[in-house]
Design a protein around this ligand. Structure first.
Ligand code: URC
Length: 282
């Protein structure tokens, strides 16, 4: 049976780039990690060692820095589109460019209500993500997302009514801590949208639903979050959410003669529930 090359792609991952945008009285600071992945006519490189159609990943990396000077002044979605268009338009052998950008979020310091012009805090777990895919025929898809968003609420969460067998010890509860490290990714309906405004709208909607929802399970809240975002934002085609259940288990204080009235918990890292879902239209 003949053997041939199957699906393949290549590119430079984790191109770490930071950029100051200098204004007269203040600076903006942005930090991203960019990954480039090209798909195309690379058969000869694999089967013959012919690199004549292989744009080096080192060149791809340099391109990210070079184009950042002029083009990384707005959203990561817009920068991703510029990079994807660059690689597809300059390289006839490339049938698809996929650009993924993860942004580390720095917040401007503020003292006595005064925003500091050039000092920031950051290093938190929350990141903003954008993915752009551009095909040689011009078909473009843009996804946006959030990673590492730590969410917790101390009530309005329960888990009951589940099947029980001989291995079930979990007590039903109508009042527990709900905590997660949320990851979300949504697809936009077009590539020429106001990505900043839409991101802020989706982010706010996610937090609002998480906080106000009377949760009967993580699954119930996951769906409510996705449903609300699709209801409110026509430009979102579908949304996928990952919501691991970061358990806070009531600690038994009875040996110490105390009743634990849902106040003292042990926060466990592992194992953890892993709940995922996509909410779609139609
Ligand atoms: O919200 C929850 N969903 C589950 O599927 C589950 N399973 C479990 O043990 N606790 C929980 N909580």
């Amino acid at each position: 049976m003949p053997i041939k090359l199957g699906p393949n792609a290549y590119g430079k991952n984790a191109v770490n780039l930071s950029r100051i945008i200098r204004h007269a009285g203040h600076h903006e600071f942005r930090q991203v990690s960019v990954s480039v992945q090209l798909t195309g006519d690379f058969d000869a490189a694999h089967t013959l060692g012919d690199n004549s159609l292989i744009l080096p990943t080192d060149t791809q990396k340099n391109t990210v820095y070079a184009l950042a000077k002029e083009h990384f002044t707005g959203t990561i979605e817009a920068f991703g589109l510029v990079l994807a268009r660059h690689f597809v338009s300059r390289n006839a052998q490339v049938s698809k460019a996929r650009i993924e950008i993860l942004e580390h979020l720095w917040q401007r310091m503020s003292f006595e209500g005064q925003a500091h012009p050039h000092a920031f805090t950051g290093g938190g777990s929350e990141k903003r993500r954008a993915v752009v895919e551009l095909h040689a025929d011009g078909t473009t898809t843009v996804w946006a997302g959030i990673k590492g968003l730590m969410l917790l609420k101390t009530t309005d969460s329960g888990f009951a009514g589940y099947p029980k067998d001989e291995y079930t010890v979990l007590p039903e509860t109508t009042d527990r801590i709900l905590a997660t490290e949320c990851e979300a990714e949504w697809e936009y309906t077009a590539a020429d949208l106001n990505f900043e405004e839409l991101y802020q709208q989706v982010h706010l909607s996610l937090l609002r639903t998480f906080s106000t929802h009377k949760s009967l399970s993580v699954q119930h809240t996951l769906y409510a979050i996705g449903e609300k975002i699709l209801e409110e934002t026509d430009e979102v085609k579908e949304i996928s959410l990952i919501m691991p259940n970061k358990h806070h288990i009531p600690f038994n204080l009875e040996p110490f003669g105390q009743a634990n009235t849902n106040e003292v918990f042990v926060a466990t890292d592992a194992p953890f529930g892993y709940i995922t879902g996509t909410v779609v239209r139609g």
